[in-house]
Design a protein around this ligand. Sequence first.
Ligand code: PLP
Length: 387
Amino acid sequence: MSDEHQQHAHQSFETRAIHAGNTADPLTGAVVPPIYQVSTYKQDGVGGLRGGYEYSRSANPTRTALEENLAALESGRRGLAFASGLAAEDCLLRALLVPGDHVVIPNDAYGGTFRLFAKVAERWGVAWSVADTSDPASVRAAVTPRTKLIWVETPSNPLLGITDIAAVSEVARAAGARLVVDNTFASPYLQQPLALGADIVVHSMTKYMGGHSDVVGGALVVNDDALGEELAFHQNAMGAVAGPFDSWLVLRGIKTLAVRMDRHNLNAGRIAEMLVSHPKVTQVYYPGLPDHPGHEVAAKQMRGFGGMVSFRVEGGEEAAVEVCNRARLFTLGESLGGVESLIEHPGRMTHASVAGSALEVPADLVRLSVGIEAVDDQLADLTRALG
Ligand code: PLP
């Protein structure tokens, strides 16, 4: 892993995305890693492993290619690929927390992340409290002597809140806690949390990394070898690994991550501008807008503002649901980050699990995952759907 690290450390992101981990297949010279759809490997005498591979839960060559690529993309030392984003999060929690520990979680986060803490980890004795992570003082106030992790999602899902990663990493360091950043919305092309002081990066690779709405996967990336070993031990011990075909799909998606993100940024910026001036829209959440409270921090720590836009409409929940139902090019569906545009109602869909909690989202909120179709077609569809 460290040879791979050194080889790509000087290269720009786009080059790393295409080449890191993608070494030519030693058997055939195939220029992309083949799908090693295999569970076990012949040994030359007991313990005589030919290529270091023993059993595909522990390691598989296609997954290794993706894991080396992930480490290079986040400028980390170790990447680990899982069956889903939540499997990655679960591995992290169980590897690093014991009963009695405490975690600070954001007041705006993916509903499934909240559910993992509130409905699963809590049963195992892990305490949590909620902070407004866009305000480092709020994070500091939520820390207890047992705080082991501070969890940040930036931009956040679904309200596009921005957290100053460098500032919160100082709070974490002072508290002796580790900082976890869910980098799903930004992708490593737009934001490099490890370089800003985070200890662990989490991804739902289902989103921008895969990029084509055809695979579910998750990742952890760290820049500390001992921590990487600890997580890899738990990845194997608990077993929710990414399969070879899923790893291959994500590797393929990542090759175009930079060009896709550039287009997502452009289209989302145009759509946010249109929504701001639309008479039926009461509020627009997009960090690229100059009056977004996190705009300056986002401009400092991100290369672009991303492809996610949320907005509230006049007429309350029913009006928001109607907009979702009327859209055509924007497909009504959960998830995000694919080349195709999606629209959804977070209150009834992705964030239904946070109803009644501190993370509850406004009922009149609509969330867009702005795809890379022609922006004029996207604008026409939304204008029609808003009526
Ligand atoms: N983190 C964020 C920001 C997400 O949006 C999601 C899923 O929507 C997850 C984590 C969980 O990932 P997965 O659905 O791949 O388990």
